[in-house]
Design a protein around this ligand. Sequence first.
Ligand SMILES: NC(=O)c1ccc[n+]([C@@H]2O[C@H](COP(=O)([O-])OP(=O)(O)OC[C@H]3O[C@@H](n4cnc5c(N)ncnc54)[C@H](OP(=O)(O)O)[C@@H]3O)[C@@H](O)[C@H]2O)c1
Length: 276
Amino acid sequence: MNPDPSAAPPGSALPPPPDVAPYLTRLFSLEGRTALVTGGSSGIGRAIAEALARAGASVVVVARREAELAATADALTALGCRAAWVSADLGDREALRSAVEEAAAVFGEPDILVNAAGINLRPPMGELTDEEWDTTMAVNLAAPFLLGRRFGPAMAERGHGRIIHISSQQAHRAFVRSGAYGVSKGGLESLARSQAEEWSPYGVTVNTLVPGFVLTPLNARLATDPEQVARLAARTMTGRNGLAEDFAGAAVFLASGASAYLTGQSVFVDGGLSVH
Ligand SMILES: NC(=O)c1ccc[n+]([C@@H]2O[C@H](COP(=O)([O-])OP(=O)(O)OC[C@H]3O[C@@H](n4cnc5c(N)ncnc54)[C@H](OP(=O)(O)O)[C@@H]3O)[C@@H](O)[C@H]2O)c1
C-alpha cells in the first residue's frame, strides 16, 4: 500500500503511549493472593514460585530438603517478596497432612495451589518394583489429589481459586522409559479435568502445564549426554530445550484473573515438541 503523502511522518504526531501498568496489573497481578507451591525449591517449581511471588503472591514452598527450601525462601525475600517454606515428604500421607496445615497457617489458606513436586525413577518396565510404582504414584498423583481435596472445596466456597498441575509429555506419549512416571502423569491430567469439572462452577480453575524436556536436576543424568540433549532440542520447533524460567509467564497467567475462562486444559510449554 502506498503511504498517504499528506500523513504526518512516522513518529512525529503519535499519541503518547498508554499507561500499560494499570492494565497489566488488573489482568495479571497476584497481590493479596496466597500460593502453595510443591517442589518449589528446585527447577520448574522454583521458577514458578519466584514468578508468583514477584507477581505479588505470598508463597509457601514445600519439598523435602531443608537447605534448598530455606535458600529459595531467602532468595525470594531478598527480592522483596513474601515467602516461607515447609519441609515434608509428600509421598508420606501423614507427613503431607501435617505439612499442608503448617503451610496454610503461614499466610492463610492458599488461593493458588501448584503441584510441581515430582519424581522420575526410570527402571526398565519389567523390573519396576512395587515400591517404585507406589512411590511414583504417591508423589506424582496421590499428593496432588490430597492437596486438591484439602484446598479445592475451600477455594470453591470462597468463590475463587487456581490449581495448576505440572504433568509431562509422557502423559501423551511414551518417551525415554516412561514406566510408572508416564502413567502417573497421564492420571494427573485426568485428575485436573475431574477437579475442573467439580470446582470451575465456583470460580476455581484447574489446568496443567505440560513441559517438554527442561534442563533441571530431574533429568541430570540424561543431560550428561550432549548428543541426546541436542537431539531433543532438534525435535522442538524453537530449536532449544526448555528452561525453568520458560514456565514463569504461563504460571502467572494461569494463577491470575486473566485466565478465569480457561479450565480443564493441558497447556504445552514445550517449544512445539508435542506438535512437531
Ligand atoms: N525437567 C523436565 O524435563 C520435566 C519434563 C516434564 C515434566 N516435568 C515435571 O515438572 C515438575 C518439576 O520437575 P523439575 O524438572 O523441576 O524437577 P526437580 O528440579 O528435580 O524438582 C523436583 C522438586 O520436587 C521436590 N520433590 C521430589 N520428591 C518429593 C517428595 N517426595 N516430597 C516433596 N517434594 C518432593 C524436590 O525437592 P526435594 O527433593 O527436596 O524433595 C524438588 O523441589 C515435576 O513434576 C516433573 O515431573 C519435568
